[in-house]
Design a protein around this ligand. Structure first.
Ligand code: ADP
Length: 362
């Protein structure tokens, strides 16, 4: 086993609160173990363009509670090419970087796999507000994002109550409706639309009419950005904007629309995100020290454990019905059953929460 003397850390893809806490945990743990740490600036593009800085305990301790990522992030298409990959490997060699810890989402983990396969041991740590990586119960940034959404919903709620309005609020999450679902429950929303479950528009309209008839003044409808209204002829529009007009026309309740967009990605990470980032970061360093590669640290029933990155990404494609030909060929029946169980666990959770959201929305 190669002696690990220096590791590189990077953040890539969409930023998430808690990425800085992960950088801090990785750096301090590695330094404690006598391993040098460098930061790669701007995700994989920093590897390609040789943007490397030393990471010290002083630097990382001043960023632990900050939002965003102080190593900056980027979407780097060149990294997906052989030329780009060759430049990235050359940078690792030039700086004697023995291993990489990559903090990000599924795209970031694909990049980490490519590095691992080319002889640079790489470990992934989750960092995405969407909680959209099926194989892990939790991704760093999710709790902060939900609390930010909840704060915004409460403000909309205040003014909706004063003016007897409805506010349709679109929240991030890509094709994962968990942010919308959980914040809808927590804010007392009258309806929620998520990509995973068909939205019963007529029922929602009836519910709003009934609530207004019963004297309810302010109402919130939370819509995930991954839900669209199909206008036909291949044109799909964001569902929230469509539903605003429909709701106002059919219920007579004045209805506003708001898109929270990227503000949900910012802000100081919550304790949950700092703690999870720290636990995942420390685990990633331990795995590097053990000579492991091509793994992602996941949360499973409150434990932080390694999972093969390709296994995790394949499970994700299975859940999203995006399996490619041959994806499952190398897996045993037992492993495939394990993937199916992970997918089912997530479906069950969404189903349970969706039922709760609707049962208590009156
Ligand atoms: P996220 O990590 O949040 O899912 P992206 O999907 O944008 O974000 O991926 C982040 C970066 O990871 C990309 O800009 C690219 O540099 C790298 N990446 C994504 N997919 C691959 C791939 N198939 N092979 C190599 N690198 C990839």
């Amino acid at each position: 086993m190669k002696d690990i003397k220096k590791i590189g850390v990077l953040t890539s893809g969409g930023d998430a609160p808690g990425m800085n806490a992960a950088i801090r945990a990785i750096t301090d743990k590695a330094l404690e173990e006598g391993i040098e740490v460098v930061g790669i600036i701007g995700g994989y593009s920093g590897l390609i363009n040789d943007k490397i800085i030393p990471l010290t305990s002083e630097f990382v301790n001043s960023i632990v509670g900050l939002g965003g990522t102080r190593l900056y992030s980027d979407r780097c298409l060149e990294f997906k090419t052989e030329e780009g990959m060759a430049k990235a490997i050359a940078t690792c060699k030039k700086h004697n970087i023995d291993a990489i810890i990559a903090i990000g989402g599924d795209g970031t983990f694909r990049g980490a796999t490519d590095l691992s396969l080319r002889g640079i041991p790489s470990i992934g740590v989750t960092g995405t507000i969407d909680n959209d990586i099926t194989a892990t119960d939790y991704t760093v940034g999710f709790d902060t994002a939900m609390n930010t959404v909840l704060g915004a919903l409460e403000r909309f709620s205040d003014t909706c109550e004063s003016h007897a309005r409805c506010n349709v609020v679109e929240v991030m999450g890509r094709d994962c409706g968990q942010i919308a679902l959980m914040t809808a429950i927590a804010s007392g929303a009258i309806a929620v639309a998520i990509p995973e479950v068909p939205f019963n528009e007529e029922e929602a309209i009836e519910r709003i009419k009934k609530a207004r008839a019963a004297g309810k003044r302010g109402m919130l409808v939370v819509v995930s950005e991954g839900v669209f209204y199909d206008e036909g002829n291949g044109i799909k529009v964001p569902y929230g904007e469509y539903f605003r007009a429909k709701c106002e026309a059919e219920t007579g309740v004045e209805t506003k629309f708001a898109r929270l967009a990227h503000m949900v990605r910012g802000g100081h990470p919550t304790l949950r995100d700092r703690l999870t980032a720290s636990r995942m970061g420390v685990k990633a360093v331990e795995l590097i020290e053990e000579g492991k590669s091509n793994l992602v640290v996941i949360e499973e029933d409150g434990k932080y454990v390694p999972m093969d990155i390709v296994f995790a990404l394949t499970t994700d494609r299975m859940y999203k019905n995006k399996l490619k030909d041959g994806d499952l060929d190398k897996y045993s029946a037992e492993e495939i059953a394990q993937m199916e169980a992970i997918c089912q666990k997530r479906r069950d959770e969404i189903e349970e929460l969706y039922k709760i959201a609707n049962d208590i929305a009156i």
